[in-house]
Design a protein around this ligand. Structure first.
Ligand code: 5GP
Length: 189
């Protein structure tokens, strides 16, 4: 996606430990026009996939997921990082966050996912694949089917794709970062 790559090169900032900060258009301030284009691109990439529901994780996955869900006319569920007391029947798993260097629990109510569902997972970043593996675990616990995963930005050097593809998942990323060495953003052509 040309527009996305230009934006990353123009506004992205590299941090220690292979972290890319894109706070000005994805993770804090958001760019709805870019987000709409991202949704359109996900629709195109998963056009031949049978999906009836989209899943993401709060918070930064919600914007691209809702755009994609709007365009596909499908419901969007976000896995919650804090379980409300009112949620009685739920599935949960633990995810390791390398950006925050801690484990956290994610939950989904069993009300919204079940064996008839064909799920598309959408998120902002693919790094080591921990968040995506957590979602896959929830989808499998529900007896549902994961049909694909779409990421706005993939950091190729952290090898999340290898992990997910080894589990048979179709992975699509709209911008693939080859390296962030020496604070220099290198994007795959
Ligand atoms: P993974 O679970 O694949 O290791 O990391 C993916 C999750 O961590 C994403 O949901 C995203 O929120 C966060 N993340 C990983 N790497 C980065 C990064 O370089 N920049 C930002 N902003 N978030 C990241």
């Amino acid at each position: 996606m040309k527009l996305l790559k230009e934006k990353i090169l123009q506004d992205g900032k590299c941090f220690e430990g292979g972290i890319l900060k894109v706070d000005s258009f994805i993770n804090h301030q958001m760019d709805p026009t870019l987000m709409k284009a991202i949704g359109i691109e996900f629709v195109r990439r998963f056009a031949n996939t049978k999906v009836n529901k989209i899943i993401t994780i709060e918070a930064s996955g919600i914007a691209p997921a809702i755009m994609t869900g709007f365009l596909m006319d499908l419901p969007v569920i976000f896995a919650k990082k804090k379980r409300p007391n009112t949620m009685k029947n739920y599935l949960s798993t633990t995810v390791h966050s390398f950006t925050k260097d801690r484990d956290y629990e994610i939950v989904i109510s069993t009300e919204f996912i079940g064996p008839d569902d064909n799920i598309l997972f959408i998120d902002d970043f693919l790094a080591y694949g921990n968040a995506a593996s957590g979602i896959l675990d929830l989808v499998e616990q529900a007896g549902a089917n994961m049909v694909g995963m779409g990421f706005i930005i993939e950091k190729e050097f952290q090898n999340g794709r290898l992990l997910l593809e080894s589990k048979g998942i179709k992975v699509e990323s709209l911008a693939i970062i080859e390296s962030l060495s020496n604070r220099n953003i290198k994007i795959k052509e």
